[in-house]
Design a protein around this ligand. Structure first.
Ligand SMILES: Cc1ncc(COP(=O)(O)O)c(C=O)c1O
Length: 458
C-alpha cells in the first residue's frame, strides 16, 4: 500500500490532475470545460511572489492567491510561528478556554485599526467575517430597542462573500443570480466606483452621493447599516473610487444614526497604501471585517472588529448575547500566524516601504496604456493595479472578444505569471514585500503576454 502525503508526493503530475478532475469540485469553475480543456498548475511549493509547479515551472503569483498573500509566500517569520505553535497547541475550543496567542493578537491589532475599535470577534474567512458583521448590526438595533431598523444598504457591484447573509448584501449578479429568493432583500445604491467611467466623474460621484443622502434622510428609521468595500470594489473588476466619498458616507451614517460596516477583507493590511483603506478616508467604521492578509494568507482566519458602542449593546441579558461562533473560532495556529504577520508588517514598516513598489506598478501601468491602445482605464491603489481590455470605442465595452481576459491569462501563464482576470479586467494584487525589480519582471511578462494574446490589435 502506498501512503500519500503532500510533503512526499507519490504520484506523478498527470496522476494528480486526473484524480483532481475525477474527484474534486472546484470553486468558481465551470466544471465541464475545466475537465475537458484545462491544464491546471500543480503547485509543489511557493515562496515570496512565486508559485512553483511540479513540472519545474516557476510562476509569479500576480493575483496574490486570491488576494491573500500579503508578506510573500512562506515568509520565514510566519513559518516559524506556525511551527512553534503547532508543537504546543494546534486547536482548542474558544468557548470557556482562551490562550496567549489570541490575546496577544487582539492587543497588537486593535490599536492599529484605530481609536474606535474596542473588540475583535474571530472567525475563519472573509465571508464569515462579514456574516458576523451583518448579524451584529441586525441584532444591535434589536438589543437597543429599535428592531424596525433591520434593513441593509449596499452598493451595485459590491462583493462581500458567499454565505447567504453576504450574498444578500452583495451586488455582482454573476455570483449570486442562481440564489433567487434564498437571499434577503437589501437596498442598493449606485456604485461610487462606477463614476470613474462617467464623462464627468466628479459630477457623477456627487450625484451618487446625493442618492445615498436622500435614501438615508428618508429611510434611516428602517436601516440597520450601510456596508461598503472601501476605495476598491474588488470582485466587480477592481473598480476604484476616491477616499472623500467614504469620508462623506461615514459622516452621513453618523448623522443619520445608521451603522457603517467597512469590509476590509480585501483592502486591509496595507493593500491600498495605508494599514486600512478606511484610514485613507480618515474614518473609523462601527464594524470592520478582516480576513485574507489577516493571517498572512496562510490559514483560514478572520476577525470582525467593533466599537465599544456596538459591543456594549450585547451586554446585560441572555437574549442580548451574540449566539454565534464557529468550531475553529480563535484557532491557536491561526492566531500565531496572524500575530506573526502583524509583527512583520510593523517591525519592517512594510506599508510605508511598499510605496516604492506601488509607484513602479503605476509607471508600468502607464507604459502599458501608452503602448497598447486596448489597455484602458489603468488604475491603482497601493499594490493593487488594474486595467480593462477594451477593443471598441467605448472604454466599457468589449466588442472584440468576450474572452479577452482569459486569452490574456493563457498568454501570461505561458510567459510565467498567473493573472486570473475578472471578465475583461486584468489586475494585480501584490504582496507588500515585492521589490520594484520584481514589479518590473511582472510588467515585462504582461507586455509580452499582451503582444502574444492580441497580435492583430497592436
Ligand atoms: C471584500 C470582500 N469581502 C468578503 C470576501 C469573502 O472572503 P472569503 O473568500 O475569504 O470568504 C471577499 C472575497 O474576495 C471580498 O473581496
Amino acid at each position: 500500500m502506498t501512503t500519500a502525503s503532500a510533503s512526499t508526493p507519490t504520484r506523478t503530475r498527470d496522476e494528480i490532475i486526473a484524480l483532481d478532475k475525477r474527484l474534486i469540485w472546484r470553486p468558481y469553475t465551470r466544471m465541464d470545460t475545466y475537465i475537458r480543456d484545462t491544464q491546471p498548475v500543480v503547485a509543489r511549493a511557493a515562496s515570496g511572489i512565486y508559485i512553483d509547479d511540479m513540472d519545474g515551472t516557476r510562476y509569479i503569483d500576480g493575483n496574490g492567491s486570491w488576494w491573500t498573500n500579503i508578506v510573500g509566500h512562506n515568509h520565514p517569520h510566519l513559518m516559524a510561528a506556525l511551527v512553534e505553535s503547532s508543537r504546543r497547541l494546534t486547536h482548542c475550543t474558544f468557548a470557556g478556554i482562551t490562550h496567549e496567542g489570541a490575546v496577544a493578537l487582539a492587543e497588537k491589532l486593535l490599536p492599529l485599526l484605530g481609536p474606535s475599535f474596542a473588540r475583535l470577534f474571530f472567525s475563519d474567512n472573509g465571508s464569515t467575517a462579514v456574516e458576523v458583521a451583518v448579524r451584529m448590526a441586525y441584532q444591535y438595533w434589536r438589543n437597543v430597542g429599535r428592531p424596525q431598523k433591520c434593513r441593509f444598504v449596499t452598493f451595485e457591484g459590491a462583493f462581500h462573500g458567499e454565505t447567504l447573509g453576504c450574498a444578500s448584501v452583495s451586488g455582482v449578479p454573476v455570483f449570486h443570480a442562481a440564489l433567487g429568493d434564498l437571499v434577503f432583500d437589501a437596498v442598493r445604491l449606485p456604485s461610487p466606483a462606477r463614476c470613474a467611467e462617467a464623462e464627468h466623474p466628479d459630477d457623477a460621484l456627487a450625484e451618487t452621493f446625493r442618492a445615498a443622502e436622500q435614501l438615508l434622510q428618508e429611510r434611516a428609521d428602517e436601516i440597520a447599516a450601510v456596508i461598503i468595500e472601501p476605495l476598491i470594489q474588488g470582485a466587480a473588476g477592481m473598480l476604484m473610487y476616491p477616499p472623500h466619498y467614504l469620508k462623506r458616507l461615514a459622516a452621513l451614517c453618523r448623522q443619520q444614526d445608521v451603522l457603517l460596516i467597512v469590509d476590509e477583507v480585501f483592502t486591509g493590511y496595507g493593500r491600498t497604501g495605508a494599514f486600512l483603506a478606511q484610514h485613507q478616508a480618515e474614518i473609523n467604521a462601527d464594524i470592520t471585517c478582516l480576513a485574507k492578509g489577516f493571517s498572512g494568507g496562510v490559514l483560514p482566519m478572520a476577525a470582525t472588529a467593533v466599537s465599544q458602542r456596538v459591543f456594549d449593546a450585547f451586554l446585560g441579558s441572555a437574549e442580548k448575547t451574540l449566539w454565534y461562533g464557529h468550531s475553529f473560532t480563535g484557532n491557536p495556529l491561526g492566531c500565531a500566524v496572524s500575530l506573526a504577520t502583524l509583527e512583520v508588517i510593523q517591525d519592517q514598516d512594510l506599508v510605508a516601504k511598499s510605496h516604492a513598489a506601488g509607484q513602479r506598478l503605476q509607471q508600468r501601468l502607464d507604459v502599458l496604456a501608452k503602448r497598447f491602445s486596448f489597455v484602458r482605464a489603468p488604475r491603482r491603489y497601493g499594490l493593487v493595479g488594474a486595467f480593462t481590455l477594451s477593443f471598441g470605442d467605448d472604454a466599457r465595452s468589449n466588442d472584440y472578444l468576450d474572452d479577452a481576459g482569459w486569452r490574456f491569462y493563457a498568454a501570461a501563464k505561458q510567459h510565467g505569471a498567473l493573472l486570473r482576470p475578472l471578465g475583461n479586467v486584468v489586475y494585480f494584487v501584490l504582496p507588500l514585500t515585492i521589490t520594484p525589480a520584481e514589479v518590473d519582471a511582472l510588467g515585462d511578462i504582461v507586455e509580452r503576454a499582451l503582444a502574444t494574446a492580441f497580435p492583430q490589435a497592436i
